[in-house]
Design a protein around this ligand. Structure first.
Ligand code: COA
Length: 200
């Protein structure tokens, strides 16, 4: 089934406000809110969540609060962030996806996607990744977005590929050697050129 075209993706960002809301066929992608705390903490504490992510201290309510502050500031200043993703059908929080400065320092901009275990393998990450890339290129005016994936994270590799990114070699980021580095550029990336998820 076809994924949303730019015309089908509605985006709203009120001038001067830190609130983004993107709609794809099955998802609402929006700024995080304080009320997302329980669902977000539940996701990051799922057993396999951090399997292919850089190690970090256990997330707490304070981690969530600081994360929302940081993402709101990024959205206000740069026009993008990592956003909450809800399934339209149920209204439930299913994951997060969006853009942020790689290693939190930039200058490269990185695409991130993390979904609740129960919501995986429905094509949601791909649908959200494509919407985030489209938003970054067309609304924010970014020229290039990267994604960094541990080689063993086959699902994430598939998402980057299905979202129309191209492998750009391997590199060290976050102190981890040999990450697969994918890139998409405004000059050639199109939603139409990205592969529709087979599972949808
Ligand atoms: C990576 C992740 C975001 C994928 O989310 P998702 O919503 O399941 O992704 P999609 O359904 O859009 O696509 C998943 C693809 O990977 C494939 N896949 C899933 N598990 C796989 C595995 N173990 N081996 C090979 N392929 C696998 C699926 O079949 C699908 O490909 P297909 O459409 O060609 O069949 C999800 O697994 C996740 O949140 N993982 C934990 C956090 C994480 O690692 N994030 C990425 C950091 S780089």
């Amino acid at each position: 089934m076809l994924e949303p075209s730019p015309a089908a993706m509605t985006a709203h960002r009120a001038r001067g406000s830190a609130s983004v809301r993107l709609e794809t066929r099955r998802l609402v992608i929006r700024s995080f809110e304080p009320g997302d705390e329980a669902a977000w903490l539940a996701m990051v504490h799922e057993p396999d969540f951090g399997r292919f992510l850089p190690p970090g201290p256990p997330a707490t309510a304070e981690t969530f609060r600081r994360m929302v502050e940081r993402r709101s500031a990024l959205e206000r200043d740069a026009g993008y962030a990592v956003w909450a993703v809800d399934a339209k059908e149920t209204g439930a929080f299913v994951g997060q996806c969006g853009l942020y400065p790689a290693e939190w320092t930039g200058p490269e901009i990185e695409l991130a996607y993390h979904f609740r275990a129960a919501a995986q393998n429905n094509g949601y990450a791909t649908e959200a990744a494509r919407a985030a890339l489209a938003y970054g290129f067309s609304r924010v005016g970014l020229e290039r977005v990267i994604a960094l994936v541990m080689p063993a994270n086959l699902a994430s590799r598939r998402v980057a590929e299905k979202a129309g990114m191209q492998l750009d070699g391997t590199a060290a980021y976050y102190g981890i050697e040999g990450l697969r580095k994918y890139a998409a550029e405004q000059a050639w990336w199109t939603e139409a050129g990205a592969e529709a998820p087979a599972s949808v």
